[in-house]
Design a protein around this ligand. Structure first.
Ligand code: URA
Length: 437
């Protein structure tokens, strides 16, 4: 078999065989096939797509390219959640303890920030001393003991995806439905949970910018999940504005703790309740209304917050900061950002705001850069709010005052005003919980 012939076939819009997909994934993972040939194939897939069978087969080949986590030692129903990436998206910190407090088993591997989007592992490390690297035995034991453990992704989980993702990032082939679907589902399948809830973000801060593409992606991932025996649901949620008010690692942990206390922003709370409800639904099969009541109850009676405390304690983190969020170290420079206009806020470009938080130090400009955990943005105003010129619309937190001016310039280009009132944005557009056939 030759890579050249596989590229030619896909370039001509033909369907690849299982053997051809295996040849490409195995060869690329081992380093036998060079980046330039894989780049050409990715671009051919980008333009000509893949059918359902090709996408599922590609996903499984990628899932089997490295370690597959064995969760059979966990007693109970394992459930995982994955977001396609967003700004201010701290939902895992809220949803995972809620579901664990209701009996779901969360054996979760999370990622670090990528581009303008944040990552759960960085947020957890902002708690201080929180250990995100555990042996497989310690990981399983903690889930059996307290129902929840969140760690960084094992180095050899879906290595084919690791290489392909880095190549897609620099060859303009990220936003392809079969490539995103196989990338995400290969990792979720290799991570082993029997139920999977996907938060497919749509809008300016997401990889999928349109609702139609997001629905297509969501359905494809649900189909793949069911095709390999995993109960899978996908929620399509709004990432046209950042979620909640806080962007940046410790600022987001504080907002997550407040949400678990029942005092979170309405948009964040609504999305988290919807995600947690669907996770409980997949685990228990109970009617969704009942699942939602259980979720609201776990927030109200404090059991979800207590589960977060238990996890932080078990993983060596500073529990005192969960009990009293004033103990999180504060950024030395905090600056108000004022509106340059009067009017209703019509749109806040989530991607640009995410980039502002990276400029302030909350993310990495390049791989391996250190993170300033206390850096970020608090949005005082959001889409739909009326502001007068000179009103504070945001607060920048940073350790480096020299970053403020460029972040502020970009931030101002992210805000679009209107003279007319703006309708409240929809937060959850659709829930797909059945395979297409
Ligand atoms: N997240 C992933 O893990 N992979 C993609 O392709 C896009 C978002």
């Amino acid at each position: 078999m030759r890579m050249y012939d596989i590229i030619t076939k896909k370039r001509n819009g033909e369907v690849l065989t299982d053997a051809e997909i295996s040849f490409f994934i195995d060869g690329y993972t081992k380093g036998d096939i060079p980046d330039y040939q894989v780049s050409a194939l990715l671009m051919a897939i980008y333009f000509n797509g893949m059918n359902e069978h090709e996408t599922s087969y590609l996903t499984m080949a990628m899932a089997q390219s490295g370690d597959q986590i064995d969760l059979s030692g966990i007693k109970g129903v394992t459930v995982d959640k994955h977001s396609t990436g967003g700004v201010g998206d701290k939902t895992t910190l809220i949803v995972a303890p809620i579901v664990a407090s209701l009996g779901g088993k969360l054996a979760k591997m999370s990622g670090r920030g990528l581009g303008h989007t944040g990552g759960t592992v960085d947020k957890l490390e902002s708690i201080g001393d929180f250990c995100t690297e555990l042996s497989p035995e310690a990981f399983i034991k903690q889930v059996n003991d307290i129902g929840i453990c969140v760690v960084g992704q094992s180095g050899n989980l879906a290595p084919a995806d690791k290489k392909l993702y880095a190549l897609r990032d620099v060859t303009a082939t990220v936003d392809s439905v079969p490539l995103i679907a196989s990338s995400i589902m290969s990792k979720k399948i290799a991570a082993g949970s029997s139920c999977i809830v996907l938060d497919v973000k749509t809008g300016s801060g997401a990889f999928m910018k349109t609702l139609d593409d997001s629905i297509l992606l969501a359905q494809k991932m649900v189909d793949i999940g069911y095709s390999v025996g995993r109960k899978t649901a996908a929620l399509i949620t709004n990432m046209d504005i950042p979620l909640g008010h806080a962007i940046g690692n410790s600022l987001e942990v504080i907002e997550a703790v407040n949400t678990l206390k029942g005092n979170g922003p309405a948009d964040l709370t609504e999305v988290c309740v919807a995600l947690a409800t669907n996770m409980v639904y997949l685990c228990t099969g109970k009617p969704k209304d009942e699942c939602k009541e259980m979720v609201l109850g776990a927030i109200k009676d404090g059991s979800a917050l207590d589960k977060l405390r238990q996890m932080v304690k078990a993983q060596g983190g500073d529990v005192a900061r969960i009990d009293n969020t004033d103990l999180f170290p504060k950024a030395p420079v905090v600056v108000d950002v004022k509106s340059r206009k009067s009017g209703y806020i019509k749109h806040m470009d989530a991607e640009k705001i995410g980039i502002c938080s990276v400029i302030l130090g909350a993310g990495r400009e390049k791989k391996g850069d250190p993170i300033d955990f206390s850096a970020g943005i608090i949005l005082s105003k959001k889409t739909c709010d009326y502001v007068n010129e000179g009103d504070v619309i945001a607060q920048f937190h940073t350790s480096d005052a020299s970053k403020i001016a460029s972040a502020e310039e970009l931030f101002n280009t992210a805000i679009v005003y209107s003279d007319e009132p703006v309708p409240a944005p929809t937060l959850v557009y659709e829930i797909i919980s059945e395979p297409s056939k």
